[in-house]
Design a protein around this ligand. Structure first.
Ligand SMILES: [Zn+2]
Ligand SMILES: [Zn+2]
Length: 234
């Protein structure tokens, strides 16, 4: 499962996307620059690197979730204890969030009492968190409340935190219990919300390697413009 940590290097303002597992590892990386952080980090891994930019620490301003499956959200309460900030989730995943302990137990994980999101994600909202700005795309299909989080960058490719909506060469499962998964819904979410994005947009899926919108639009066997589904549903 991918947790993404986004820092504005000008201010230190930082959000954690899908901080649902290995909360202790996330906290030690954010606070103490110790342990291993995200595999695709392009920011300073050590405090000296951050200080050379004129900031001394990462300042967590919010937690945001693409969806409420337990591996993406189960340990949010631990992060909220350390960082008493707002937690954003789409309302259509609130019910799923209440079930994380039971879902985790099926896979052998003991999780704390589920967190309750105090802020709502809604489709097309512009989300300003400290000095960071995002656009939210509601992309149901893997879960009812699934969202992709778009970071628009002026002098480089945009970045899309896609949760389990879109993977490199695949898509999220639509058969998981209590999730409201539906392949046609997922297909329509991807085609209408993601394919219009710039081809060079870097995609950070909830699992597996990164990819780009352009590559997936051309080659994804489930939802790409050359896929069988594209001919069937379009
Ligand atoms: Zn999921
Ligand atoms: Zn997942």
């Amino acid at each position: 499962m991918r947790c993404s940590i986004v820092t504005d290097l000008a201010s230190g303002d930082t959000i954690i996307i899908d901080g649902g597992a290995e909360a202790d590892r996330i906290i030690s990386w954010v606070d103490d620059f110790s342990g291993s952080g995200p595999d695709w980090s392009n920011g300073p891994r050590d405090q000296q690197g951050l200080e050379s930019l004129g900031i001394s620490e990462r300042n967590i301003v919010a937690l945001v979730n693409t969806h409420a499956h337990f591996d993406h959200s189960g340990e949010i309460p631990i992060l909220l204890t350390r960082y008493p900030v707002s937690w954003y989730l789409h309302a259509d995943d609130f019910h799923l969030q209440t079930l994380v302990q039971a879902s985790g137990r099926r896979w052998g994980f003991e999780l704390p009492e589920p967190a309750i999101a105090d802020k709502l994600l809604t489709d097309e909202m512009e989300l300003t968190l400290g000095s960071l700005k995002f656009k939210i795309l509601h992309t149901p299909g893997h879960t009812l409340g699934g969202c992709c989080i778009l970071l628009e960058v002026e002098d480089g490719p945009d970045h899309l935190f896609a949760g389990d909506t879109l993977f490199a060469g695949s898509v999220g499962r639509t058969d998981l219990p209590n999730s409201g998964g539906d392949f046609e819904l997922l297909f329509n979410s991807v085609v209408t919300k993601l394919w219009p994005l710039d081809a060079d947009t870097v995609v950070y899926p909830g699992h597996g390697p990164t990819t780009t919108i352009g590559v997936e639009r051309e080659t994804n066997p489930f939802v790409g413009t050359n896929s069988a589904a594209f001919g069937r549903f379009q």
